[in-house]
Design a protein around this ligand. Structure first.
Ligand SMILES: [Fe+2]
Ligand SMILES: [Fe+2]
Length: 280
């Protein structure tokens, strides 16, 4: 399986690719190509795909991890390039989402035109579904471990009430190979260990080999609001004791979170950056 980071918050110094706060990964396995999240609203994922000579026309399916604009921002541009790939997401992803700090309320939900103009492309997922051979979309996430504390500035609007976001709109993707599962997570708002144990429950005889995605130890773009070191250390220790071979993370994990994780996971962890290619 090949994974290309189409967009992430960072890039290598000499890279001409575009970056923005967000995440988009192109996942290729056998004959299937899946776009996991579409990056932020500046359209960096779509622009970078062109620079990297990756034709998004060939994408077979899109998976949207949750209804935040830093993961769904490239969808409108994607629809202009690709006429048929279905887009899998949870129905709740369409609810309005906000970040609220001090007296500021900022809309961070999906662009309404996605559902108004392209509803025929949208497929709602409410149960574990194999969307293509070995690609599973997993909408049910356990609540065994605590969720990231940095979620507490995130809200969603349901039944006309703005409430703290419980992330019913989040899903993850599991990709199966012989005896092993690789997990793709957007922001890990429901807690990365909850995602891991949901995958273990769904695939009881398989080893969880890799986790790729953000872990939300940083509150979105606010680099000064991070999870406490104990929270990051506990999660890192759990990942280690669970026997997960490799973690590729970035985006909302933040620099502070990554540095702490690195001290515990050492060579089991690598940084995501725009343009990175991973062979699993
Ligand atoms: Fe995010
Ligand atoms: Fe998010």
């Amino acid at each position: 399986m090949d994974v290309t980071v189409l967009s992430e918050n960072t890039k290598l110094k000499n890279s001409n690719l575009h970056t923005e706060h967000g995440l988009s990964l192109l996942v290729e396995k056998d004959d299937n190509i899946v776009l996991f999240d579409t990056g932020g609203p500046e359209g960096s994922a779509i622009q970078n795909a062109e620079s990297l000579n990756l034709d998004l026309c060939d994408v077979d399916a899109v998976v949207i991890s949750h209804g935040h604009d830093d993961h769904t921002g490239g969808l409108l541009d994607f629809f202009k390039l690709n006429d048929d790939a279905p887009v899998y997401l949870k129905k709740e992803a369409l609810n309005p989402h906000y970040t609220c700090s001090s007296n500021n309320k900022e809309f961070i939900g999906m662009d309404e035109r996605i559902i108004e103009e392209y509803s025929n492309r949208i497929k709602f997922i409410s149960e574990t579904t194999e969307i293509l051979e070995d690609f599973f979309v997993m909408p049910n996430i356990y609540q065994k471990y605590p969720t990231p504390t940095t979620n507490n500035i995130l809200f969603s609007k349901e039944d006309n009430k703005i409430l703290i976001d419980k992330f019913q709109h989040e899903l993850f993707m599991a990709v199966k190979s012989i005896g092993e599962i690789d997990i793709f997570s957007g922001c890990g708002h429901k807690g990365i260990m909850n995602i891991v144990c949901s995958a273990e429950e769904a695939f009881p005889h398989m080893k969880i080999k890799t986790i790729i995605g953000g872990f939300h130890f940083q509150a979105g773009k606010i680099s000064t609001f991070t999870a406490k070191s104990e929270e990051i250390e506990n999660t890192s220790r759990m990942i280690k004791s669970d026997g997960i071979e490799k973690v590729y993370t970035g985006h909302c994990t933040g620099k502070y979170g990554y540095q702490i994780m690195k001290t515990i996971l050492e060579d089991r962890i690598d940084q995501l950056y725009t343009g990175k290619k991973i062979v699993i």
